[in-house]
Design a protein around this ligand. Structure first.
Ligand code: ADP
Length: 344
């Protein structure tokens, strides 16, 4: 793998005008739910359109407040995406804080949105309901998110069907800015659309609930050896004896198998469930093999990349340069329209 070359950086203005933007939280080890629910499709999308993918370290600060941890998570996400097939020749991957203009835009947006909008924020309300005191970062999180999207002139944001409301503040801010500051002019910010990700059933965790780092029920994409085996063996099943027939559609192990196996293999395994004489332990072994096969290459690539931190840094730096080139003229126009004076 060669270091990226700026001359082949993604062209900021794609022929079809679609600009895909997406923030990735550097808040811990990525799991199978993240992969099937989001990452796999992010990887496909960045090859089809102009795309800006940023690792949102400012956002992560609302919860991760340990410097070493934040640094580590930030680089880990870059490694994960590169290992899983992100190609820096196709699109920009960078760290949010390398484009500080987004925080400038956040301030401009603060003045265009009533606090009552932010009081409806899901993460903010959850904290309040749990009796916790949310910090101002969490409260203002959606405004920073809007700045991230609009600073790059994002037109499409990949989201799951159930997360469309996350985009609403960005859409509202684009409309408000354009209405207030560009009434007779071409609008500065496109109103971004959700790019609804292919429907993927919620990936179950080892306890049968939604796989989520908050439930400690995850299977990591890059887990291997004993750690992976342990997670798979932890998957909760019922107590039907080995020799009896079982219903695959009612089994957490089979739900995961379905994500990995082709149609024919799924049929074969389902048949074994129904015939009896096939235990959950067998199904778990099958799943283990499928996980290992699927991620074998990505795991090897990740290990290689880990030995080349300078390369990863170069990718992120080049990505940030591409992103700043894209942001600068938009910010210039924003300052001119809002009357923010810059004397140097
Ligand atoms: P977590 O619940 O572990 O904190 P995040 O909220 O950070 O995960 O999710 C990041 C992305 O991964 C989101 O787009 C989300 O929809 C997707 N995702 C997370 N868990 C699952 C799951 N169990 N099934 C499907 N998609 C998921």
């Amino acid at each position: 793998m060669e270091a990226p070359d700026t001359t082949s950086s993604p062209d900021a203005a794609a022929a079809d005008g679609t600009v895909v933007v997406s923030g990735i939280q550097p808040s811990g080890r990525l799991h199978l739910g993240n992969y099937f629910g989001a990452i796999r499709q992010h990887i496909d999308l960045h090859k089809e359109h102009d795309a800006f993918y940023f690792i949102v370290n400012y956002h992560a600060m609302t919860t991760v407040q340990d410097a070493d941890q934040l640094r580590q998570h930030t680089f880990d996400v870059a490694l994960d995406y590169l290992a899983l097939g992100f190609d820096p020749e196709e699109a920009a991957l960078f760290v949010q804080s390398d484009v500080p203009e987004v925080t400038e835009l956040t301030w401009i947006f603060f003045n265009l949105i009533p606090t009552s909008y932010l009081e409806k924020g899901v993460a903010y309300k959850e904290k309040i309901n749990a009796g916790l005191t949310p910090n101002a970062g969490l409260f203002n999180y959606p405004v920073l998110q809007a700045a991230d999207i609009l600073a790059y002139g994002g037109t499409h944001v990949p989201v799951g069907a159930d997360q469309k409301q996350n985009l609403e503040i960005a859409r509202e801010l684009a409309r408000r800015f354009n209405h207030r500051y560009c009434p007779d002019d071409e609008p500065l910010f496109p109103v971004p659309e959700p790019h609804i990700l292919d429907h993927v059933a919620v990936v179950p965790g080892t306890d049968g609930r939604k796989m989520s780092k908050s439930y400690d029920n995850t299977i990591g994409i890059f887990d291997e050896g004993d750690a992976l085996k342990e997670s798979v063996m932890r998957i909760v099943t019922d107590s039907t004896p080995l020799e009896e027939p079982k219903d695959p559609e009612n089994c957490n192990v089979f739900a995961l198998i379905k994500l990995f196996a082709d149609e024919e293999t799924q049929q074969e395994i389902a048949e074994k469930y129904r015939e009896g004489g096939y235990g959950y332990g067998h199904a778990k072994q099958e799943l283990l093999g499928l996980i290992e096969d699927r991620f074998e290459e990505a795991r090897a690539r990740r290990k290689e990349l880990k030995k080349r931190p300078d390369y990863v840094r170069d990718v992120l730096r080049e990505g940030a340069e591409t992103a700043r080139e894209r942001v600068m003229p938009i910010m210039e126009r924003m300052r001119e329209r809002t009357g923010i004076v810059r004397t140097r």
